[in-house]
Design a protein around this ligand. Structure first.
Ligand SMILES: NC(=O)c1ccc[n+]([C@@H]2O[C@H](COP(=O)([O-])OP(=O)(O)OC[C@H]3O[C@@H](n4cnc5c(N)ncnc54)[C@H](O)[C@@H]3O)[C@@H](O)[C@H]2O)c1
Length: 439
């Protein structure tokens, strides 16, 4: 066998100093994320569910036995170097947010309560028009949306200085905004900035945060399904400012299961006739999603998954006629402990039908928290590696992954996403991608 030529490593700036993790939205996900990082820091135990902290990465041939932890292979910020900032129209601080969310047991919150209380929410850019079910009081005011963007940029710079941060990264963990289409105001930087000055009603709060982040040179990841940085203006801005962006909608719960199961059916050429998914959920997120306009954002991001994995155009016999239905029902007694049911109608040899039932009693924020950590660390890495624009290699984390070029389909298959993520890291570090064809 010919020795593969090593690739040239990227020039990646070291992860020195502190990394500020800025979180619009200090609710269940954000407070669970912060508490988990603080707990891991105190115990020295790895945070479960985090690929950046727990996963190994194979390098070279299998025979070489090189299998370091990802965090020892690529220069990531350490957990001790993270500082947290947030904006929220309701929660005062991370301790209050965690207590209200009810995700974590009292004893787990008590162990980190002093530090949690120290993460005080900044006043939010919030507009009830976009989240009808919430009534925010800790809200910024300004004559125009441009004023609000400038206030956010001032918050970002103050946070950077006060916390002596070397770098910052922003992950949107706020409520899902109402579904609205892309309009003319989103088509160019000029149109968007004019829209900010004119208070264009189609510019949402999350878009103002994305604009402020990118203009401040801060990588931006969107954990919710609403339009935020997946807009022509943000792509142009991210390229111009040299800032990595990505989204959208954390891949947890039912969609995580879908992207694990569907590639398996397809790999065995089993047909699919229908996939009915329903959920009961009782947290604030569930309450927000109970509004049809906000649910529409979620529905759109959840529905794309199966089609892209199964490629009905290429496999009309197997996947040309699939009924895919997704429902979310707000049911307060269940709190953050969502229950999801899937009924999957598949068919096999000679067309004989079979059914699979999945009943996932999951904990939404427990599944989402490690994703926030990985996104913060990897977006920071991408920035230090000189990346800008959409980071497709982080599709692994998203329900509706953004693509660099609209003509391309996003990759939903979680196994391909993982290979893409790891091969990106290998290539950046001057190692050969692993194709599993040789040794
Ligand atoms: N938990 C999961 O598994 C999961 C998966 C995918 C996506 N998400 C998305 O992540 C987001 C957070 O979920 P959660 O369970 O923490 O919800 P949550 O309701 O507990 O927290 C959201 C917080 O955002 C705040 N908020 C609303 N508008 C804001 C604004 N304009 N600026 C700043 N803060 C604002 C709310 O006051 C609230 O405290 C939601 O959009 C949800 O759809 C969650």
């Amino acid at each position: 066998m010919i020795d593969p030529m090593p690739t040239t490593p990227r020039d990646i700036a070291p992860a020195t100093g502190k990394l500020g993790v800025l979180l619009p939205g200090l609710g269940a996900v954000a407070s669970t994320f912060i508490a988990g990082v603080l707990a891991a820091r105190a115990s020295g135990e790895a945070p479960i569910g985090s690929l950046s902290q727990m996963a190994h990465i194979r390098l070279g041939d299998r025979a070489e036995n090189r299998n370091p932890l990802i965090k020892d292979f690529v220069p990531l910020a350490g957990l001790d170097d993270l500082v947290f900032g947030a904006w929220d129209p309701i929660s005062a601080n991370a301790l209050e947010a965690a207590t209200t969310a009810g995700v974590l047991e009292e004893r787990d919150i008590a162990a980190v309560s002093a530090e949690m209380e120290g993460v005080v929410a900044m006043d939010a850019v919030f507009d009830q028009d976009w989240v009808k079910r919430l009534d925010g009081t800790r809200v910024k005011s300004g004559d125009t949306k441009m004023d609000l963007a400038e206030q956010l940029m001032a918050d970002i710079e103050n946070f950077r200085t006060e916390n002596d941060c070397d770098r910052l990264v922003m992950v949107w963990c706020a409520s899902t905004e109402a579904y609205r289409d892309v309009t003319d105001v989103h088509q160019s930087i000029e149109a968007f900035e004019q829209g900010l000055r004119d208070n264009d009603e189609m510019i949402s709060p999350s878009q103002i945060y994305a604009y402020a982040a990118i203009m401040s040179g801060v990588p931006y990841a969107n954990g919710a399904p609403n339009l935020s940085c997946d807009l022509p203006v943000m792509l142009q801005l991210a390229e111009r400012e040299g800032v990595p962006i990505g989204g959208k909608d954390f891949k947890t719960g039912q969609t995580l299961m879908k992207t694990i199961l569907a590639p398996g059916f397809k790999s065995r050429m089993l047909g699919l006739r229908g996939w009915y998914s329903t959920n009961i959920l009782g947290n604030r997120d569930g309450e927000v999603l109970d509004d049809p306009e906000n649910f529409k954002s979620k529905e759109v991001s959840k529905l794309g998954v199966i089609d892209t994995i199964l490629q009905p155009d290429a496999y009309p016999t197997l996947y040309g006629d699939v009924d895919h239905v997704v429902r979310i029902n707000y049911y307060p007694p269940r709190g953050d402990n969502k229950e999801g049911w899937d009924n999957i109608d598949i068919f096999g040899w000679m067309g004989y039908p079979m059914q699979i039932k999945v009943n996932f009693l999951c904990r939404d924020s427990i599944l989402a928290a490690p994703l926030v950590l990985d996104l913060a660390l990897f977006f920071d890495l991408a920035s230090r590696a000189g990346e800008s624009g959409v980071q497709e290699w982080m599709s692994f984390y998203f329900k509706a992954p953004m693509v660099q070029d609209e003509a391309l389909n996003p990759e939903h298959d979680i196994f391909i996403q993982q290979i893409k993520l790891k091969n990106t890291l290998r290539t950046w570090m001057g190692e050969e991608p692993v194709t599993h064809t040789e040794m």
